[in-house]
Design a binder for this molecule. Structure first.
Ligand code: BGC
Length: 686
């Protein structure tokens, strides 16, 4: 079944692959400048803020400028519509599959086009610094390279449908606790090596059309009003699209008009005519600033055909088969099998399903939550039910087991507890608990006491405390938020129709304290609450762990995580052989062979880490710089060729504000996780 879907989908994908990329050209700029030259001051002021429902830009009919509709992602098209619901961001990252990311982007681009939405407020690429951040589910994990690659493909997918993608939240929005107030403080090298790369790649290689700033102050200045952030960094990378504020994150008219921001959202809190005009008329702010804001907005609109073509494409169905297939493809590659005592896959038998997320489709909350198309959501219970005659599937709603329930659990061949968070417990503007929500550990304990063949499925945006039950259950699957096809995908994995292939896009520490960022994440905030003489209004989160986020920190501080970055079990096994470094014009290519030595067809993800041997500055011991994922039939071997560019050996030199590569020796570590290194190769940069 999966093969059929992939075939149909890849045919469609192939037809999209030739679409013209929408990029801002010189002629778009010239046309925008000509329009700006004809705009009145009032019209310019009108164009630089959101209108109506807060998800539209202003129309200026006299000049042929339409009101452009926007909608949140990242899991589908939100705002005043039902839409295909795709797996969440952390799931896309866990797939380690660029085609999956591009496929979801494609699907979202089509869904947006079908609804006349031309600006999608996604992807979200803030780095996973702590499992507590309430929005990790929307993002792509702890590694800047993985995040960049997933984001790049997702953006390319969306933008080839003449829909603008908006990469967000620039920058350092790594916690949701007091997100308007907590000042994120990080040094420039850390920013450039860990927190900026996804934005930068999206600009330099993805021609992303829009960037959304974050709520928090970045090194003391709120992001939307932070000229250093926007002009000295983002624009310096060549970004000439739209910089918009996050919703209600602006404070001063002067700040907004001078920071490099173009569009205040969702409305004109600081850019009302009576606020802007005096500053222009009194010469405090040059009108050229306003012109530039309008120029950026219009040149992006022009590049995406928004002044010339209808917003809506009536030929694309709102409930599109292609989109549904993309949702499935992502959902089936996202789950990570953390533990398995051999119970999975379940080829047949009596299954009892229970838990708060068993007969519902769990979502993360906030602006990332959306309304799925009625009838399309497949719950885990429904997915298992649909497996067919070999299974007898029963759902138990109650958590206080009656004797009849107890008996059903005892007699089952497997008990599947679907636990985790939902839109009320994991969402923006809040951080979440490390423990599973109330009563869930107890429920798992009760089920596993009755039946040792208990499988725990966890919906979450990241690590949770599994220590209360890890050793008492047969298997644990991190299922993230799987979208409308998540239930079907889980059933296909549980039954063995598909071997699990997701990998952890973050380090699973196994305890809150092991994470090197943990002690800086909240502690500083609390301290500053008590006394901050310098800026009493802002608590701070100081990124003292610096570059050593996630696996970089595990190595640096000698902390052994419970499960390493890049880890995930399969139903098959793989052998790596060969391994050569082939020089290329821009670096090298790592060539190796992977054989499926197990009994089932399965996908394997090969990860390539670069380890400088004698760095001239302090650097992480190794960093992910390449990966690829391929289906390998049982008994067969497949060649992987993973490119590394010169840039992949570089570090950020703060003094020269540029990237530098040390000549000398490097190890290239090839493995199936950050700890499971199968091949180590030598490479010398001359
Ligand atoms: C979120 C943004 C979102 C916006 C509009 C804000 O609260 O931080 O990510 O795009 O709302 O819904």
């Amino acid at each position: 079944m999966r093969k059929l879907i992939l075939t149909a989908a890849s045919l469609l994908l192939a037809s999209f692959a030739f679409a013209q990329p929408y990029i801002i050209t010189q002629s778009d700029k010239d046309r925008a400048a000509e329009i700006v030259s004809r705009m009145t001051l009032d019209e310019k002021i009108a164009l630089i803020s959101g209108k109506d429902d807060g998800f539209h830009t202003a129309a200026i009919p006299r000049l042929g400028i339409p009101s452009v509709r926007m909608a949140d992602g990242p899991q589908g098209v939100r705002n005043n519509t039902y839409s295909t619901y795709y797996p969440c961001g952390i799931g896309l990252a866990a797939s380690f599959d660029r085609d999956v990311a591009k496929g979801v982007g494609n699907g979202i681009g089509l869904d947006a086009t079908a609804r006349g939405v031309r600006i999608m407020l996604c992807p979200g690429v803030n780095i996973y610094r702590s499992p507590l951040c309430g929005r990790n589910f929307e993002y792509y994990g702890e590694d800047p390279f993985l995040t960049s690659e997933i984001a790049l493909n997702y953006i390319q997918g969306i933008q080839q449908h003449r829909v603008m993608a908006t990469i967000k939240h620039f920058a350092l929005n790594n916690q949701e606790y007091q997100r308007h107030r907590v000042g994120s403080v990080a040094d420039e090298r850390t920013l450039n090596e860990i927190y900026f790369p996804a934005f930068r790649k999206a600009v330099e290689q993805g021609d992303v059309a829009a960037v959304m700033t974050s709520y928090n102050p970045v090194n003391e200045v709120h992001a939307a009003e932070n000229a250093w952030l926007i002009k000295d960094n983002l624009r310096a990378w060549g970004f000439d699209g739209i910089v918009m504020s996050d919703w209600k994150s602006t404070y001063t008219t002067l700040g907004v008009l001078t920071s490099g921001l173009d569009l205040e959202m969702p409305e004109n809190f600081t850019t009302k005519v009576e606020m802007v005009k005096p500053l222009i008329e009194n010469g405090v702010v040059p009108e050229a600033n306003l012109d530039l804001m309008c120029q950026h907005i219009l040149q992006a609109f022009i590049a995406f055909g928004l002044l010339d073509l209808p917003a809506k494409d009536e030929s694309i169905p709102e409930d599109y088969e292609y989109s549904r297939n993309m949702a499935y493809n992502a959902a089936v590659e996202a789950p990570v099998l953390l533990t398995n005592n051999g119970l999975l896959p379940l080829k047949k038998g009596r299954i009892v399903v229970l838990g708060p997320n068993a007969n519902t489709v769990a979502y993360g909350g906030g602006s990332g939550r959306m309304d799925p198309i009625p009838g399309r959501n497949i719950t885990p219970y429904a997915g298992l039910k649909a497996l067919g005659k070999k299974y007898d599937v029963q759902f138990i709603e109650s958590v206080d087991f009656t004797s009849a329930e107890k008996k059903a659990i005892q007699k089952a061949d497997a008990v599947i507890v679907v636990a985790g968070f939902n839109y009320k417990t994991e969402l923006e503007n809040h951080d979440r608990t490390y423990r599973l929500p109330d009563g869930q550990n107890e429920l798992i304990a009760a089920a596993s006491a009755l039946n040792k063949n208990t499988v725990v499925i966890i919906n979450s945006g990241g690590e949770v405390d599994i220590t209360p039950f890890k050793d008492n259950v047969a298997a644990i699957i991190m299922a993230w938020y799987g979208g409308q096809e998540g239930g079907r995908a889980l059933a296909d994995i549980i039954s063995g129709k598909v071997s699990p292939s997701g990998r952890l896009p973050f380090t699973f520490w196994g305890s809150e304290d092991k994470n090197p960022a943990a002690k800086y994440y909240h502690a500083d905030t609390a301290a500053i609450h008590r006394s901050s003489k310098s800026r009493p209004e802002y608590p701070h989160s100081t990124y003292k762990e610096g570059l050593f986020v996630g696996y970089r920190g595990a190595e640096k501080f000698g902390v052994e995580p419970m499960f390493p970055f890049g880890y995930g079990l399969s139903y098959s096994s793989f052998a790596y052989s060969g391994g050569t470094v082939v020089p290329t014009a821009d670096g090298c290519e790592i060539v190796l062979t992977v054989s499926n030595t197990g009994k089932v067809d399965a996908m394997e993800t090969v990860q390539v880490y670069v380890a400088p041997q004698n760095p001239s500055v302090i650097r992480p011991a190794y960093e992910l710089k390449g990966f690829d994922k391929k289906m390998i039939a049982k008994g067969k071997s497949v060649e992987f060729c993973i490119p590394l560019s010169y840039q992949d050996f570089s570090y950020y030199d703060v003094a020269s504000r540029s990237w530098k590569v040390d000549a000398g020796d490097y190890k290239i570590l090839v493995g199936s996780s950050s700890s499971d290194i199968k091949i180590s190769l030598d490479y010398t940069v001359r």
